[in-house]
Design a binder for this molecule. Structure first.
Ligand code: SF4
Length: 97
C-alpha cells in the first residue's frame, strides 16, 4: 500500500516535470549544462518548485498540445516569469533564439 502511494506520487511528479520540460522547450529555453551560472541554476530550481505546486496541469497539457515553437509561456503558467528571466539570461549570453 505504502509503495503504491509512493509510486503514484513519483509518477505524478515525473508527469509534472515532463510538462515543465515541454514548456521550457516550447519557450526556447535550453536546459542546464555544465557551464550554467548560479543564477540560472536558481531559476531552474524555482521552475521545478513552481511546477510541483501548480494546479493548472490540465490547462498546461491543452496549451502545449497546440503550442508552436518559440511562443511565450501562457500567463496561467506559474513559470511564466521564471521562463522569461531564463530567456533573457540565455539571450544575454547569445544562446537563445
Ligand atoms: S502551467 Fe503549471 S504545470 Fe505547466 S509548465 Fe507551467 S507551472 Fe508547470
Amino acid at each position: 500500500m505504502t509503495q503504491n502511494v509512493l509510486e503514484t506520487k513519483v509518477g505524478a511528479f515525473e508527469a509534472r516535470m515532463l510538462l515543465r520540460r515541454r514548456m521550457l522547450g516550447v519557450a526556447g529555453v535550453k536546459e542546464a549544462n555544465q557551464h550554467t551560472s548560479t543564477a540560472v541554476e536558481a531559476e531552474l530550481r524555482t521552475s521545478v518548485i513552481n511546477c510541483f505546486n501548480c494546479d493548472n496541469d490540465a490547462s498546461c497539457m491543452d496549451w502545449l498540445a497546440t503550442a508552436r515553437e518559440g511562443v511565450l509561456p501562457p500567463y496561467f503558467c506559474q513559470n511564466h516569469d521564471t521562463i522569461m528571466r531564463l530567456k533573457a539570461m540565455s539571450q544575454s549570453k547569445g544562446e537563445s533564439k
